[in-house]
Design a protein around this ligand. Sequence first.
Ligand SMILES: Nc1ncnc2c1ncn2[C@@H]1O[C@H](COP(=O)(O)OP(=O)(O)O)[C@@H](O)[C@H]1O
Ligand SMILES: [Mg+2]
Length: 312
Amino acid sequence: MKNIIEIKNLTKKFGNFTAVDHINLKVQEGEIFGFLGPNGAGKTTTISMLTTLIRPTSGTAIISGHDLTTRGVNIRAIIGVVPQLFSLFPELTAKENLAYIGKLYGMNPSQIKERSEYLLKIIDLYDHRDRIADIFSGGMKQRLSLAAGIMSNPKILFMDEPTTGLDPQSRIAMRNLTKDLNKHGITIIYTTHDMEEAEKICDRISIMDAGKIIAEGTSEELKHMISKFHKIEIEIDSPSKEIISELKELPYITSVEISGPLIIVTVKEKDDVFHKLSEFLHKKHQKLLEIRFKEPTLEEVFIQLTKEELRD
Ligand SMILES: Nc1ncnc2c1ncn2[C@@H]1O[C@H](COP(=O)(O)OP(=O)(O)O)[C@@H](O)[C@H]1O
Ligand SMILES: [Mg+2]
């Protein structure tokens, strides 16, 4: 796999405040790469630098072979952006909004007509093409914003929290459109603060917090990272207080919780633990109905890594 983006020590300071702090990342051609992080993590600032909207304080990125700090013009020619805040002209119609972008990219009228009609159909706004953007719902605006982002047929598309504030149907529509685009070959950089969304849509995810990348990988890899404390779900016939406190005393168990009919134990070592637990329960005349590893959710990973600090 070829790296289409290589971020090298990218840093942005606003005065004394470091919004993005020496981040290093590689994005592969053809993937949907997610920046997942709480509000204020530095996602938009990173996107703004990568799309040449603001200049890095230090560091750089190589995007499709072009250095961000010296070849911004080459980068702008091959990228598209769906910004966090709508960037549409409210007084222009759907069609006119796309035509405007087409003109910016130097497309001729027939190219503009062909491309905008094609996109308006894809985003399901063809029947609304002559209505002004101002009267559109949030979902419609965001779909139009997506079409504007890909009007120039970019190689790389940056999408900054494209589903934030949308109703569930519109979110699903946006996600499906994003996946379809990706299947047609566009590399996508996708920011979100929603871990479920990141897990659903991204091939790889970097978790960003306070300007730093604190973890990176597929959602499976991220889950493995924190599974050094393995959770095991046990179902026995009738869990008693005695058995719970005896479980707590076992040397290889670090904690025991009750969740409905299940006992959830956390162990330090995965090896041989099913065997040890079954033997223990058998000795205590407990009928073991089920025992299995409990996978952490991406949310648990996220909370663990961002240390449960609330930000707004
Ligand atoms: N132009 C700016 N001037 C000063 N601080 C800024 C500016 N833009 C962003 N910040 C600060 O940088 C941090 C990261 O912001 P941002 O990149 O928008 O985060 P995110 O998109 O992850 O929510 C925040 O603390 C924000 O207040
Ligand atoms: Mg943001």
